[in-house]
Design a protein around this ligand. Structure first.
Ligand SMILES: [Fe+2]
Length: 571
């Protein structure tokens, strides 16, 4: 059976899977188009058009009424019926909901894709957005007792979903599904409806107040690191403890709006105003409020877990908020068997939709031997041992090196195939990297990738394969790796074992043999906040347009300092 699964909207992506041949493809629009978070579908359509007609389609379509009505997600019909049900559902939301036009646009795009690929009259499944986030965790395993998705803000404000037995469709049970109201929202504006109790807006508001560029889902990530520069205020925490009587009803966005108003006289609903004079990284009061908001944000997630999920359960955690690495570390105390999906944002939704079809039809899951390096992008031949040694030497000498190997990573983090690497022991490496290549805000930390067997010598965790957890750097080691030790002594590490990525592991090993440091600073191979590259020519553009010292694409090593490469080659 051939399945096509698609998510449109931001971070558009698609999967094609043949369950007989096990042929599997996963593609993200932004890696092809070069536009970060791209939601257009033109490139994906062209990609899909090259492939044969499929037998079944699964769409990430999150506007259905109630996840308990599981039949809605199973519904198996021709396009006309899908269109009729979907339109009826959209109309039920609101007569004047501004996003209506946008949603119609999505439907139109889905229709165009299915029409172009001659797939209009085959079964179509609609997989609810949050459920698709959870199901996308099949890539890590399917034996989880609980699945939880906490999204930034959802299409129906249905941004928190907890499911028991998420991968066993017959025993699946909805434990908690958060939304303001399941009846039509006729007297509520879009801002209120979408953002009232979502966990994403409080963090993205901070970025907006600071005047940072980018979409809301970028801002939450950008400001995560800045909370380390503030002090948690007892009065705000006490206020939270008083007001958050029942976490399932707690409206965190409203709570944070009130904080901004009370302490800074800022109205976050009027974000067109310029608040940067008081909302900036030099204002300690603002930094203290950010630290307090991050703290209550973490507490809210912990309370939510504790209310609905028994401690020590096996849990798969997804949704955009699962990218908060500080909170993830705190969760491990009660949930040591917690797995966090590396593609927990919308860029992984087609993987969740595919899982639904596989479970529904008792098909075999694809064998993802190279996970998480599963992008269907341009691969290259591996580097030789000599090239790896040359790169390790350049890094030990303090050079900034671009690194393009194999296929790209599934999620938004570079995990050693689409990376910019640097020596983490260099005191001002962060500033050098920012001034020459990355141009990020100074408070944002860089992460390390470490040989897994040495992780516990340097950090307070032993394993973190996907950079989803902020570990503590041992105090006596902090001065040795200043470039990857954040202000609060944490580090968002990736542990690398030989079997995970032998090429990257061997590079780490070579670097270790020269420096006695078993890790490298590892950040994504992109430029100016763009998407991670998906083609060697894009990597070469970055090499030419920035002050990258060297670039290794497969076995091809480009070095700007000719004298240096002469020495390395021994010629
Ligand atoms: Fe989402």
């Amino acid at each position: 059976m051939r399945t096509l699964s698609i998510h449109l909207g931001h971070d558009a992506n698609a999967c094609i899977y043949d369950s007989e041949t096990l042929d599997f493809h996963y593609i993200k629009e932004e890696r092809v188009s070069g536009q970060k978070h791209d939601q257009a579908s033109n490139k994906i359509v062209r990609f899909i058009n090259k492939l044969p007609k499929v037998d079944i389609v699964a769409l990430s379509y999150g506007h259905l009424k109630n996840i308990n009505e599981m039949t809605l997600y199973h519904f198996n019909s021709n396009w006309d019926e899908f269109h009729k049900v979907a339109i009826k559902d959209i109309r039920s939301l609101s007569n004047n909901f501004p996003k209506l036009i946008y949603k119609k646009f999505w439907l139109k795009k889905y229709y165009e894709i299915l029409e172009k690929t001659n797939n209009l009259n085959i079964p179509v499944y609609c997989v609810q957005h949050d459920y698709a986030h959870i199901l996308s965790g099949w890539t890590l395993g399917i034996n989880y007792n609980y699945g939880i998705s906490i999204d930034g803000c959802g299409p129906d404000n249905n941004n928190k979903l907890i499911i028991k037995n998420p991968f066993n469709l017959k025993d699946t049970e909805t434990i908690f599904f958060s939304r303001l109201n399941i009846t039509p929202h006729r007297n509520i504006n879009a801002e209120e409806m979408s953002y009232k109790n979502s966990l994403g807006p409080p963090l993205s508001y901070i970025g907006r107040l600071m005047g940072l560029g980018g979409l809301n889902h970028d801002l939450a990530g950008k400001i995560m690191g800045i909370s380390a520069y503030g002090k948690i205020r007892d009065d705000i925490v006490k206020d939270f403890d008083n007001k958050c009587v029942d976490v399932s009803k707690f409206q965190i966005t409203q709570f944070c709006k009130d904080i901004f108003k009370k302490f800074l006289d800022v109205n976050v609903l009027l974000l067109d105003e310029d608040y940067t004079e008081k909302c900036n990284a030099k204002n300690q009061e603002f930094l203290d409020i950010i630290a307090s908001i991050q703290h209550i944000w973490k507490k809210t997630v912990l309370l939510l877990f504790n209310k609905f999920i028994p401690k020590n359960s096996t849990v798969i955690y997804s949704g955009g908020c699962a990218q908060n690495t500080i909170t993830n570390k705190a969760l491990l105390k009660d949930y040591p068997n917690l797995d966090i999906v590396p593609h927990c944002y919308d860029g992984g939704l087609s993987l969740g939709c595919l899982a639904f079809v596989i479970l529904k039809h008792n098909l075999q899951f694809p064998k993802l031997e190279n996970f998480p390096y599963i992008q269907t992008d341009m691969s290259v031949d591996p580097p030789s041992e000599t090239t790896i040694k040359q790169v390790a030497k350049l890094l030990a000498e303090g050079k900034i090196v671009g690194w393009y190997q194999g296929h790209g990573e599934v999620g938004p983090r570079a995990l050693g195939n689409r990376s910019i690497l640097m020596n983490p022991s260099i005191e001002n490496a962060k500033d050098i990297l920012n001034s020459k290549v990355k141009h990020r805000e100074h408070w944002r930390p860089f992460a390390p990738s470490i040989m897994e067997e040495y992780a516990s010598d340097w950090f307070d965790i032993e394993k973190s394969k996907y950079m989803m957890i902020a570990a503590n750097v041992h105090e006596d080691k902090r001065k040795l790796i200043p470039a990857v030790t954040h202000k609060d002594g944490t580090s968002r590490i990736q542990t690398v074992a030989l079997e995970d990525n032998n090429i990257f592991y061997n590079l780490l090993k070579e670097f270790y043999s020269i420096t006695n440091i078993p890790m490298l600073l590892n950040t994504s191979l992109n430029k100016g906040g763009g998407p991670i590259v998906g083609d060697p020519s894009q990597a070469i553009d970055i090499y030419n347009d920035t002050e990258l010292d060297a670039l290794c694409v497969g076995d091809q090593l480009y070095v700007k300092n000719y004298e240096l490469i002469k020495v390395n080659n021994g010629s």
